[in-house]
Each structure stands twice: as structure tokens, then as C-alpha cells.
Design a protein around this ligand. Structure first.
Ligand code: NAP
Length: 266
């Protein structure tokens, strides 16, 4: 499969607000044409018009509800047929923060469907084209809650833990190709997700909140430095190395083939 086009397109999900809208602006500034995906057409259209004018790029809005099978299928088709797509930013996400047992089942299912199923399907659609070209970039937005659960975040943390493990596995699968996969794990970032989550932004410790611009610029700086895992707010990078080393040691410790001595009866 060859592609002689010089166009480079970035497809960003959840680009109508917050982190995704800043990714759109930053990638437009880097010369990417854009395909912006979300449900709110008015916001997408306004952003496309603004970024096209500011950066002389082409920007196309696609209205899609990524919790709906047929809408995910439309974006899968774009990813598998538009050979100009060089970057996929899997950013669309939803948080509903409440005890799992009290959460309406619809809130549970939509979080899992958007944060896990849509992200996985869109990645699967993009990978074959990227591998065939031996080039491409997937940016998966997880969360610091991928490694941390709160009494109100069992579902959300679980979805982001999936993104963490899925992306780590994918990075290994694609290690011998020219396709890059970056995992980004933001901590609290000032976006609309909070007010929608049930925990208002104003209720958070404001000192722990990052702006969307700082978050995305740090993540892109990490990408430019060749990082595959980026913790935008973590000053001490050795913390992740220690976490990985402990995780690896724990996994090695599971490979014993026998119950641990403390579980031996008699
Ligand atoms: P946001 O401003 O609420 O943006 C979420 C985006 O996802 C919006 O563009 C929204 O667009 C889109 N979206 C929501 N439901 C959708 C659906 N059913 N179909 C298609 N698109 C949908 O929140 P954000 O903080 O920027 O979130 C972006 C990502 O960052 C998420 O994956 C989130 O989990 C992650 N994250 C955020 C924080 C934080 O503190 N803000 C921290 C860690 C990770 P429409 O409503 O127009 O569809």
C-alpha cells in the first residue's frame, strides 16, 4: 500500500472542548489538517473555521456519538480508508464519579463504551494502515487514575487502567514498526469533564489543577523527546521507573507455579 500524498491529517476524538480542542490547535500549528470528532457540531464547526483561518490548514468536523456502534463504525471507515491520516488522538472520554453500586447502569455502560470500546475500535481501525505505511502516531489519553482508585472512581479508574494496559501491550506489538504509540496520563485538568462528572471543578484543590494548554504542551514536549509514556504533572520521572520496576518484580513473583508458602495448609 503506497501513499504519495503529502497531506498529513490528524484525527482527534473529543475535540469539541477541553484537552481535545487544545490538541487540535497545537496539531494545526504543526501543519496537520484535521478531522475533529465529537457530538457537538456547533463547537466543532466553530473550531474548524477558526483553526483553518489561523493556520491555513483544512479542518473537517465529523459529528459522532462514540457510544453508538454505527457512529464508531463511520470513524473506523475514515481511519481505514483515508490514507492521509497520520495521527490518531484517542481523547474522547467521560467521567461519572459516584460509588459504583449506586451509579445508574447507563452511566456505567457509557463510560465503558466510550473510554474503552470506542478507543479500542478506533485504534484497531488505524493500526493496519499505519503499519502498512510503517509510519503513524497514536496518542491515547488515559489518566493518573489509571493507577489509583477512589471510592467514587471505581468505574472511571477501571476504564483508564484498561487504556494503560491496552496501550502498553500495543506498544510492544508495534515496537518493531515505525508506528509510535504514546500513552498520556494527565492528573486533574481544568475542563468541563468535572462539572459533568458530579464533582464540580470548583470543589477541587485548585493548586492541583493544570490548564489544558499546560497539559497538552507538556504531553507534546514528552512526545518530541521520544517518550512513550508521559505523566505531564509528575516532576520526578524516576517515580514511574520505580513503579515499573516494582510492577515487573511483582509479575515475576507470580510465576512460581506453587501456592506461596503463607497459603500452605498444615
Ligand atoms: P471534556 O472537556 O469534557 O472533553 C471531553 C470530550 O469528549 C468532548 O469533546 C466531548 O464532546 C467528547 N465526548 C464525550 N462524550 C462523547 C461521545 N459519546 N461521543 C463522542 N465524543 C464524546 O473533558 P477533557 O478533560 O478534555 O477530557 C478529555 C480526555 O482527558 C478524557 O479521555 C478524559 O478522561 C481525560 N482526562 C481528563 C482529566 C481532567 O482532569 N480533565 C484528567 C485525566 C484524563 P461532545 O460532548 O461534543 O461529544
Amino acid at each position: 500500500m503506497t501513499n504519495n500524498s503529502s497531506r498529513k491529517v490528524a484525527l482527534i476524538t473529543g475535540a469539541s472542548s477541553g484537552i481535545g480542542a487544545v490538541y487540535a490547535a497545537r496539531l494545526a500549528a504543526r501543519g496537520y489538517d484535521l478531522i475533529l470528532v465529537a457530538r457537538r457540531a456547533d463547537r466543532l464547526e466553530a473550531l474548524c473555521a477558526q483553526l483553518s483561518k489561523a493556520h491555513g490548514i483544512k479542518a473537517e468536523p465529523i459529528m459522532a456519538d462514540l457510544t453508538k456502534d454505527q457512529d464508531v463504525a463511520r470513524i473506523e471507515t475514515v481511519l481505514s480508508t483515508n490514507k492521509d491520516v497520520r495521527v490518531l488522538v484517542n481523547n474522547a472520554g467521560l467521567a461519572r464519579l459516584a460509588p459504583a453500586a449506586q451509579m445508574p447502569v447507563n452511566d456505567v455502560v457509557t463510560q465503558i463504551t466510550l473510554n474503552i470500546t470506542a478507543l479500542t475500535r478506533l485504534t484497531q481501525a488505524a493500526v493496519p494502515t499505519f503499519v502498512a505505511r510503517n509510519q503513524g502516531l497514536i496518542i491515547n489519553i488515559a489518566s493518573a487514575l489509571a493507577v489509583h482508585s477512589l471510592p467514587i472512581s471505581a468505574i472511571y479508574s477501571g476504564t483508564k487502567a484498561f487504556v494503560l494496559q491496552f496501550t502498553r501491550g500495543l506498544q510492544q506489538e508495534l515496537a518493531e514498526t515505525g508506528v509510535k504509540v504514546q500513552l498520556v496520563l494527565p492528573a486533574s485538568t481544568a475542563t468541563e469533564i468535572w462539572d459533568l462528572s458530579g464533582v464540580p471543578l470548583a470543589a477541587l484543590n485548585q493548586e492541583t489543577l493544570m490548564t489544558t494548554e499546560h497539559m497538552v504542551d507538556a504531553a507534546l514536549a514528552g512526545l518530541d523527546q521520544g517518550e512513550t509514556i508521559t505523566w505531564p504533572s509528575v516532576a520526578d520521572a524516576s517515580l514511574w521507573e520505580k513503579y515499573e520496576a516494582a510492577r515487573s518484580e511483582l509479575f515475576a513473583g507470580t510465576q512460581a507455579g506453587m501456592p506461596a508458602p503463607r497459603y500452605k495448609i498444615g
